[in-house]
Design a protein around this ligand. Structure first.
Ligand code: MEV
Length: 438
């Protein structure tokens, strides 16, 4: 049984690896080599990565792929996508090409409010608290001036502060609910710094407020933190085309395709088991762009799924209909993204990804990212209602299996040829590879 370790963070990288190898990897040299194999020779670059997080022992690579031909609001983009799953980039590229030939994607930012809360307990008269909060608002805003000055120069800042009474849900529980505009930054640090200052002022002012009783003066801040639920920081992505231009399959009419597609979306709208997988497909596109551009995919995931269940049931993020012979497919989602601050100026590949996207504003990145999600969902549904998902997936999977089994280039070529006419399964690939090798 391994003992707990003290002072692990104080060990240098080599010592951390040695400790790991000794205690968890049977002093396995090969395992140590794997970790070291991913160190970057460029010491400065490696140091940069080491310092992104704590206790770094190696780098963890994800492939960065490109999905070209995305026509969005009349302008072509190539999307950088960081993702480990095969087929996703290919599917995005295919959907981009398909919709590029049909007028492209339209995307519109609907609103850009970010939210933060100071959660506190107040034991006393709610109407007195109401008056108190109204009175101290100028003081709250004044106290954060050093933090908001720069943001205000860029046109952002605090939009409004309100008091929310939640005592019907939790005894004595109130919030300062604050709306922010953080312009091109995701704004987490900015928001949290403002909130912590608000909390300080709130408590201090309550303490010296002569209209309050002793209990009321003892207002207790529990925590101050931004919310990753941003239902008023949303973007709409959409495509449309005449129904008869929809199918590329001679065995399926455009109408038939549209009806089947709409039915597939309806199922995700009313069926949570399907909705989760359906939305996972949307997130394949979104997360890949969010990651490549150095944004916080956990925040985006948490916010998007909360939004998908905002009416009480978990449901599809995307919707589709036919109107006057036109097929329409669209999605509205919350996306709090930044193109300045955070990793955006630190990680060389993130900087490059933003260059590839022609240095978008946060709003433009919201539009591009939403389109990636819509395209991905279109591609997935198109496969599901026509050939089935496995055909495309397994083709890509074939390469993974061949690589895992160290197939040579010649073996790969022969195997790809063989499996154009045979069904790909893990065991059939291994069997055929063994046959070829013997
Ligand atoms: C796989 O990563 C994503 C899909 O399952 C999405 C879907 O079912 O719509 C193909």
């Amino acid at each position: 049984m391994t003992k707990p370790v003290n002072g692990f963070s104080k060990l240098n990288k080599e010592e951390k690896i040695n400790w790991l190898a000794k205690n968890y990897l049977n002093n396995n040299d090969a395992a140590i080599s794997v970790l070291k194999q991913y160190w970057n020779e460029d010491q400065e670059l490696q140091k940069l990565h080491d310092e992104f997080i704590e206790n770094t022992v190696s780098n963890f690579y994800l492939p960065l792929g490109l999905a070209p031909n995305f026509l969005i609001n009349g302008k072509y983009h190539v999307l950088p996508m960081a993702i480990e799953e095969s087929s996703v980039v290919a599917a995005a590229s295919k959907a981009a090409k398909f919709w590029g030939e049909r007028g492209g994607f339209k995307a519109t930012v609907l609103n850009t409010k970010k939210i933060g809360q100071v959660h506190f307990l107040f034991q006393g008269d709610p109407s007195k608290l109401d008056v108190f909060v109204t009175n101290i608002k100028p003081k709250l805003k004044e106290a954060v001036k050093p933090i908001t000055r720069n943001m205000e120069k860029r046109g952002g800042g605090i939009l409004d502060i309100s008091l929310i009474n939640k005592t019907d849900k939790l005894e004595n529980y109130y919030q300062l609910f604050v709306n922010f505009d953080t312009r091109d930054s995701m704004g987490a640090n900015f928001i949290n710094s403002c909130l912590e200052k608000f909390a300080e002022v709130l408590q201090e002012e309550a303490n010296k407020n002569e209209d309050f009783t002793k209990e009321e003066k003892d207002l207790k801040v529990i925590m101050s933190i931004l919310s990753n639920y941003v239902p008023e920081c949303t973007v709409k992505a959409e495509v449309s085309c005449p129904v008869d231009k929809l199918s590329e399959d001679p065995n399926m009419s455009g109408k038939e395709f549209a009806e089947k597609f709409i039915q597939a979306v309806r199922i995700a709208e009313i069926e949570p088991y399907r909705a989760v997988t359906h939305n996972k497909g949307v997130m394949n596109g979104i997360d890949a762009v969010v990651l490549a551009t150095g944004n916080d995919f956990r925040a985006v995931e948490a916010g998007v799924h909360a939004y998908a269940s905002r009416n009480g049931d978990y449901t599809s993020l995307t919707h589709a209909k036919i109107e006057d012979g036109i097929f329409k497919f669209w999605m509205e989602i919350p996306l709090a993204l930044g193109t300045v601050g955070g990793l955006t100026s630190l990680h060389p590949l993130v900087k490059l990804a933003l260059d590839i996207l022609q240095r978008p504003t946060a709003n433009e990145l919201m539009e591009i990212t939403a389109v990636a999600g819509l395209a991905q969902n279109f591609a997935a549904l198109r496969s599901l209602i026509t050939t089935g998902i496995q055909q495309g997936h397994m083709k890509m999977h074939l390469m993974n299996i061949l690589n895992q089994n160290k197939a040579t280039e010649i073996e790969k070529e022969e195997m790809v040829e063989y499996f154009t006419h045979h069904t790909i399964t893990h065991s059939s690939v291994i069997e055929q590879l063994e046959k070829m090798r013997s």
